[in-house]
Design a binder for this molecule. Structure first.
Ligand code: 77R
Ligand code: MG
Length: 216
């Protein structure tokens, strides 16, 4: 049967990247997806904004919604301090298995746990089953209509603390209008918009940073 685009991305990483070198895996994916086949990785331009916000936050516990091929998981994990960890939720089993292999090639697998399933099912399990107390950083990059309900769910499950940072991809393209409406009018969040471009394209896109101010 014909290979998937994601399998072809794994092939090019496996063949061209330097094992154990996360930067070389990121470069390899960015080159392939800008030259050969577009794919929905956060990419190198928005990736630099992600890097800066992760470095400023210096998180111990990170949750990512939407693993895809593992590009942003590698991007984040490579910046984490020794004991810090990243939990990433992926719904699509093929994406999850390809991401696992790419994350291993990058050599950041000891920091990353891929959780397969629906975010609305897994988020309520984070405290008891995955021993999470609070989330320091959340990267939202899954179904855009899930950004708002999952943000509400994170708060309801007591997973956010004063200063928890949410960063949402694609708030212009494809767009996450319900999330933007919810988060910008919410006095419990301090929002900042980072203008950029859709990965590998000249199309405008942006990321929204929302810092949780606490329940009061
Ligand atoms: O849909 C996106 N991501 C979610 C994928 C499914 C997540 C499944 N899942 C994981 C966990 N829970 C649920 C996405 C799309 C685009 C895009 C841009 C232009 C275009 F013409 C087509 C598409 C660009 C992105 O940067 C994206 O992130
Ligand atoms: Mg995205």
């Amino acid at each position: 049967m014909d290979q998937s685009k994601e399998q072809r991305i794994l092939n090019t990483v496996s063949y061209n990247a330097i094992k154990g070198n996360p930067e070389s895996v990121l470069d390899c994916i960015d080159k392939y997806c800008s030259k050969s086949e577009w794919a929905m990785n956060v990419g190198d331009e928005k990736g630099l904004i992600l890097d800066k916000i992760v470095e400023e936050t210096n998180p111990s516990v990170v949750l990512e919604l939407g693993t895809y091929c593992g590009y942003s998981a590698i991007r984040i994990a490579r910046l984490l301090k020794p004991k810090a960890r990243l939990l990433t939720i992926e719904f699509n089993p093929e994406f999850a298995s390809i991401a696992k292999e790419i994350i291993e090639i990058a050599g950041v697998n000891d920091k990353v746990t891929i959780l397969e399933g629906h975010s609305e099912d897994i988020i309520p399990q984070l405290k008891k089953k995955y021993e999470v107390e609070k989330l320091d950083f959340v990267f939202l990059d899954h179904w855009k209509e899930r950004y708002a309900p999952d943000t509400i769910l994170l708060e309801e499950c007591g997973l956010l603390r004063k200063g928890s940072v949410l960063l949402a991809d694609n708030i212009i393209y494809p767009g996450a209008p319900e999330f933007i409406k919810y988060i910008r009018n919410n006095k419990h969040f301090e929002c900042t918009t980072f203008l950029s471009h859709l990965e590998y394209m000249k199309v405008e896109d942006a990321m929204e940073k929302a810092v949780y101010l606490g329940p009061e």
